[in-house]
Design a protein around this ligand. Structure first.
Ligand code: AMP
Ligand code: MG
Length: 489
């Protein structure tokens, strides 16, 4: 008998134009890399039952559990600014949805599970390296408190995949509040399929923005909701030095979760123009450009929704523009809140922004590691600032700022204790550093998952000092610096 999982598949009950029904393709010789028991439990699955030969077969795509209705979903997308009317799940299969212990409905999706009608020239497979990266980084982001898709399982497929080199293959199981993207709306809008657009809007509202159902214009309330969540999400990313790397509209989720950890990376030295992705030659998705791009992507969502915003075009455009006009305010507010907390201020006022900006300026002028600088700043709240000043090759250079900041805190009535407490909760000790991820991937390719497990363990508690794991705190040595990341698709 095949294992039964408590799926309830609402997307598979939508009209057939929303997806193609098909089973994952089996792989030769699957082996476990990881099963995430916490996520299994969150979903209401029995981790012990999944941690079995049958569980392995399910997460390899070799067995379809009872209750699943596997589909590849249709979507379009703007990739680096150019519109592709039909993308869709080219290497992913949605097994089904489950309502978790917390009452939240989530998708369970296999990634790298073989070709689908949307594969175009791709093989539908995933190399193991990107599987390890997505597992680690998405789980680190969850532990850091960032809205994100989660990792349920990673499997070694036992089959080679052919990229620039021959690589071991992998299958990743991703859990998401849904896989609705801006590109899903673009897909139906481009086909001028108003009926499907209405169905999709209703679906997105009921799944992610139920309060919008009672709004006068639900599609507008949906748009406003997505704008708010995306603005807050990008501010949150930036506060951790995260660079998504491939913010195409098909990778912009309607639920407001971070999705698709392809060429993502974290800032080492603070540099707003930083980009890592080898295919992002012009820096479209650079660290400091992410808010602009999010807004650009949201404008594509607004365009797609125009037919539902008003009967006449002019009114619809005016409504869309007004909604998009709200982005900057949401972003500024969230950015200020996050970055003020990073310098010890829980309830920011306008002047606090200047303090933050001056600090960031110092970091870029002196080429200082973003994560270490903020983490050690807490120790500089009292005159013993050695650990912090030691990060600067010219410690004197940072003194005036530090003194100004202490004075600023005093004037704002914020005690040293209060400031350092909020800073320690806001500024992580541990992030998935690019060079550590590279190490994990190199070892994983050789079948050694020790580094993967150790890094995963450390990243579960990113805000806690873990003296035994101090090596994971450090910035890369010059020869360890990762210069470029690759999509790996
Ligand atoms: P991504 O870069 O992962 O966001 O993928 C962009 C698009 O390319 C999506 O439609 C994917 O399904 C498709 N794609 C990426 N890699 C592959 C692959 N190996 N085989 C087939 N389709 C792929
Ligand atoms: Mg994608």
């Amino acid at each position: 008998m095949v294992m039964r999982l408590p799926f309830d598949n609402t997307y598979a009950r939508l009209p057939s134009g929303f997806y193609e029904r098909l089973d994952p393709w089996p792989v030769a010789e699957p082996k476990w890399v990881a099963l995430n028991r916490d996520v299994a439990e969150l979903l209401g699955f029995d981790p012990a039952a999944l941690d079995s030969a049958e569980g392995l077969a399910i997460f390899a795509g070799n067995v379809v559990p009872e209750g699943a209705e596997p589909i590849a979903t249709a979507y379009a997308g703007h990739q680096f600014g150019g519109f592709v009317p039909r993308l869709g799940d080219g290497r992913a299969i949605l097994l089904g949805e489950v309502v978790g212990r917390d009452g939240v409905r989530r998708d369970v999706q296999l990634k790298g599970s073989g070709p689908t009608p949307y594969s175009r020239r791709g093989d539908g497979r995933s190399a193991l390296g990107p599987v390890l990266r997505e597992y680690l980084v998405s789980e680190a982001m969850a532990a850091l408190g960032v809205p994100t898709t989660r990792a349920l399982a990673a499997v070694w497929s036992g089959e080679p995949v052919y990229r620039e080199n021959v690589e071991p293959g992998g299958v990743f199981t991703r859990v998401a509040q849904s896989h609705l993207r801006v590109g899903t709306f673009e897909y139906f809008a481009a086909r001028e399929d108003r009926a499907s657009l209405e169905i999709l809007t209703k679906y997105a509202v009921s799944r992610h923005y139920p309060e919008a159902a009672d709004a006068e214009i639900p599609a507008l309330a949906l748009l406003e909701g997505v704008i708010g969540r995306q603005a807050r999400l990008v501010a949150h990313w930036m506060s951790l030095g995260f660079i998504h790397g491939v913010m195409n509209t098909d990778n912009t989720s309607i639920s407001g979760e971070t999705i698709d950890y392809g060429p993502c990376a974290f800032l080492d030295v603070y540099d707003p123009a930083k980009r890592f992705s080898s295919i992002d030659e012009r820096g479209r998705y650079a660290y400091g450009n992410q808010a602009n791009i999010a807004l650009w992507n949201l404008a594509r969502l607004a365009e797609s929704l125009l037919p539902l915003l008003a009967e006449d075009q002019e009114t619809a455009v005016a409504r869309a523009e007004a909604a998009l006009g709200g982005f900057a305010g949401h972003f500024q507010e969230a950015w200020t809140q996050r970055f003020a907390a990073k310098i010890g201020i829980a309830e920011p006022v306008a002047e606090d922004r200047d303090q933050v900006l001056a600090f960031l300026d110092l970091l870029s002028t002196h080429g200082v590691d973003f994560t270490l600088a903020f983490r050690h700043l807490a120790s500089a709240v009292t005159p013993d600032a050695e650990a912090f000043q030691g990060l600067f090759s010219q410690p004197q250079a940072v003194k005036p700022w530090v003194e100004g900041w202490r004075k600023h805190l005093r004037e704002r009535g914020i005690s040293a204790v209060a400031a350092s407490e909020i800073m320690r909760k806001t500024n992580p000790v541990f992030i998935p550093r690019n060079h550590r991820i590279e190490e994990v991937i190199q070892a994983g390719r050789q079948g050694d998952f020790g580094p993967f497990r150790r890094l995963h363990e450390v990243l579960q508690r990113p805000f806690e000092e873990q003296p035994e794991s101090a090596i994971y705190e450090s910035a890369p040595e010059p020869h360890e610096v990762v210069q470029a990341t690759f999509c790996g698709t």
